[in-house]
Ligand binder design. Structure first.
Ligand code: NIG
Ligand code: FE
Length: 394
């Protein structure tokens, strides 16, 4: 006896077991028990006499796994529209950051906001993303850069998880930028992260993973490595903002620490790709940030394919480089700007995005035993989700 039985759908299971890239099952039925998929297959393969407490007719729509946004900075206050205007006048993202704007401007606003204000702002953003069937989120801290504010952000992420019942990975991004009180003392700030901030937040059970920003305007490899060592000691998985504006060889460092993902990676070279292949590190591509800051160099998609590095796509929602809440638009941009195929893009917000979070055994495909996180789409084929921008008619 299923709790729920959905019939008359066309399923793009995203499972590797399918014969085509999307693992398509026509005339499918999906049985759900205890929040998990108990049966998925052609309707005519349903066990004889299968019953369900609730049944629904999918009306021939397409079923996919609910989407997974595996890289967001959803919790912050303020906005950076003035910087957007400056960049339109030709001032670069890097120049704005070096002049004390950029991430630090969001840090000032976030430090000044209450926990409730941050919760309300983030929930509104999440609700917008839910309209596009995002069922799993990754949410980073990194706009606090002091213990009290990083704690405030991670507590908001925890409340979002508990109150929405969605799957959320909370990532500590203390090594995002150098806070003003540590100006000229980056080494001391990294020590503060490693000896105080991360251990305290971990002890409070607020951290699921650890991220950093390895870049000229962020932190060096040696500094990031210290943070990774501490994460490893605490048993936390790592990931990294790497090769976004230059080749700092961050992805190879991340791979050396078994990173879940290396993200952005526009300037990644073949050596870095090979390191990621060896470690099984997922390449998270962020076309919204690439587009918004007028980046010229696209990530090395051909090399990622050549070395069979799994590719995920995310919004990178943040106030500075990607104020977008549309994962569907990212599908289109991944195809148009990075030349991904629609199949690659769709796997990038399902199966491979799950892997980028270490959730590959939990969600991201429609398979028996996986979470019953379903999205239903009234389109003629899943590729329409990439073709129309920002989204098909609903
Ligand atoms: O993913 N590059 C670092 N972090 C963010 C941008 C943060 C910001 O500008 O506020 C990113 O692009
Ligand atoms: Fe980011």
């Amino acid at each position: 006896m299923f709790d729920r039985l959905l019939t008359n759908v066309r399923a793009a299971t995203m499972s590797a077991r399918g014969t085509d890239a999307l693992g398509i099952i026509e005339n499918a039925a999906i049985g759900v028990t205890g929040g998990k998929i108990a049966f998925i297959g052609p309707e005519n393969a349903l066990p004889a006499g299968a019953k369900a407490r609730e049944t629904a007719d999918g009306g021939g729509k397409w079923a996919t796994p609910a989407f997974i946004d595996c890289h967001t900075h959803l919790i912050y206050a303020g906005n950076r529209a003035e910087e957007f205007e400056k960049r339109l006048q030709g001032i670069s993202y890097e120049e704005i950051a070096r002049a004390g704007g950029g991430i630090l401007s969001s840090v000032r606003a976030t430090r000044g906001a209450t926990e409730q204000e941050l919760f309300d702002l983030a929930l509104r953003r999440m609700k917008t993303m839910l309209m596009e069937s995002v069922g799993t989120f990754e949410i980073k801290s990194g706009y606090g850069l002091d213990l009290a504010t990083e704690r405030k952000i991670l507590r908001v992420a925890t409340r979002l998880r508990d109150e929405t019942n969605l799957r959320i990975q909370r990532t500590f991004l203390g090594a995002h930028a150098l806070p003003p009180e540590y100006e000229g003392r980056a080494g001391d700030y990294i020590d503060f992260i490693c000896t105080e901030m991360l251990p305290a937040l971990h002890a409070e059970k607020l951290v699921d993973a650890v991220d950093g920003f390895c870049e000229n305007i962020g932190f060096s490899r040696a500094q990031i490595e210290k943070v990774f060592k501490k994460a490893q000691e605490l048993g936390l998985p790592v990931k990294l903002h790497a090769e976004q504006l230059s080749n700092s060889h961050g992805a190879a460092l991340a791979a050396q620490y078994g990173a879940l993902s290396a993200d952005h990676i526009e300037y990644l070279d073949e050596e870095g790709v090979q390191a990621m292949e060896k470690a099984g590190t997922v390449a998270v591509l962020l076309p919204g940030a690439f587009y918004f800051i007028h980046e010229k160099q696209a990530p090395p998609v051909e090399l990622l394919r050549k070395h069979n590095v799994k590719i995920a796509i995310a919004t990178d929602h943040n106030p500075g480089t990607a104020p977008t809440l549309s994962l569907l638009l990212m599908l289109n941009m991944a195809c148009t700007l990075f030349h991904l195929t629609p199949e690659e893009a769709l796997l990038g917000v399902t199966r491979h995005a799950a892997r980028a979070l270490g959730f590959e055994n939990v969600c991201g495909t429609l398979e028996e035993g996986k979470a019953a996180d379903l999205a239903l789409w009234d389109v003629s084929h899943p590729r329409d989700l990439c073709y129309c921008f920002p989204r098909p008619a609903v």
